[in-house]
Design a protein. Structure first.
Length: 385
């Protein structure tokens, strides 16, 4: 919903509103504000996700600026030949600061109403270290942006770009961390919810359009300091766009993406409410090895917390061990983090990290890896999607 990334998880666009200290709607002669807080953007001029759609590709791989918020989200679990494990995240967020109805034609190549933010993270399991970085840039002058054909999303030298019919290259470097990975489609993409409409509340338009590539075969290099590691494994892609607002009482979400060794993939998320209950608009998708998708409502799965961890950085207390059950599918999964401290202490504090999975599916033992994102555990979570 990092996109949510998750699944369309509720709203990381709030990050953009908070972080956008610079208003990138500047024109030829305008000065750039250096305020650390941008004003709230009126969402009335933007489109909303109101009904199921048929995605059209390659166009829908690209940006949808008539919606207020969008993200392209990549995570993966990779290993060296001798079993050294890494988890990674690279997410691009797009935020419109004004609707098309409010845009003014400008001649400057620097003028834009689009802001992009990127989050890069790497979990080095052997060393027990988690690295997290953030960038923010205007969507102009080639600095950051997104396009459908050939598919490319970038923020400076962080980028994912299509290099073949079903192949993509992901590169990102910051400080001592460098990723250079090749991702290849193993399955067809799947739409979440009702033909891509992932509902977040009862009101019309309180939803997002959301699809995933749940299994991307991945290989390449990870560099940490002077050490270079050849790795392979699986990645997951989410793409979500919407114009949403948090509902009263919603305080955060827990999102899981899981890839099992039998070829099955699972995404579930639960939206937490201030009274301790789980919002009925929580949902998920189970994908078979053949690529068939089964939509899950909040009553189709259970998430049991087995342990918690308190962050020494933010003071937030997070769940860190879970059991996920899908009773009708006879699926029971135990989920544990590879590293406890995978907290993202950036403009907004949340936990996003690699996890290991074991359990049973229709009576047969299964294992796998995944990623978990949790928001709203460190400080309040109020604002827009």
């Amino acid at each position: 919903m990092k996109s949510m990334r998750l699944i369309t998880i509720l709203g990381i666009s709030i990050l953009l509103v908070i972080v956008v200290g610079v208003l990138f709607t500047i024109g030829d002669d305008e000065q750039v504000s250096t305020s650390l807080v941008a004003p709230k953007v009126d969402a009335s001029g933007f489109k909303r996700a109101t009904e199921p759609i048929d995605f059209v590709f390659p166009a829908d791989h690209g940006p949808h600026p008539d919606f207020q918020t969008e993200w392209w989200y990549y995570t993966g679990n990779l290993e060296t030949q001798d079993g050294r494990h890494f988890g990674y995240q690279l997410t691009f967020f797009r935020r419109s600061l004004s609707s098309y109805e409010e845009q003014v034609e400008r001649s400057s190549t620097w003028a834009t109403n689009q802001v992009y933010m990127g989050h890069l993270a790497l979990s080095d399991v052997v060393d027990g270290k988690h690295y997290a970085y953030e960038r923010l840039a205007r969507g102009a002058a080639g600095i950051s942006g997104a396009q459908a054909q050939p598919y490319r999303v970038w923020l400076e030298d962080w980028e994912i770009v299509q290099t073949g019919e079903n192949q993509y290259r992901l590169t990102a470097e910051e400080d001592a961390i460098h990723l250079d990975l090749i991702l290849e489609d193993v399955k067809e993409l799947i739409s979440h919810g009702e033909r891509g409409l992932s509902q977040r509340g009862p009101e019309p338009g309180n939803a997002s359009y959301y699809y995933s590539k749940t299994r991307l075969q991945t290989s390449g290099e990870i560099q940490v300091g002077e050490a270079v590691y050849q790795v392979q494994g699986l990645s997951w892609k989410d793409h979500d766009y919407s114009t949403l607002a948090l509902l009263a009482g919603q305080i955060g979400w827990d999102w899981f993406s899981i890839q099992l060794q039998d070829g099955s993939d699972l995404m579930v998320f639960q939206i937490r409410r201030a009274d301790g209950s789980i919002d009925p608009y929580s949902s998920g998708t189970l994908v078979t090895p053949e690529g068939d998708a089964l939509h899950l409502s909040s009553s189709d799965f259970e998430i049991e917390v087995r342990d918690t961890w308190r962050s020494p950085h933010s003071g937030g207390s997070y769940p860190v061990r879970w059991i996920v059950r899908l009773p009708q599918q006879d699926l029971i999964l135990e989920i544990d983090p590879y590293i406890l401290d995978q907290e993202m202490n950036l403009s907004y504090t949340y936990w996003e990290g690699a996890v290991k999975v074991s359990g049973s599916y229709e009576g047969n033992p299964v294992e796998g890896d995944g990623y978990v994102e949790m928001t709203g555990y460190a400080g309040s979570f109020e604002g827009e999607f």
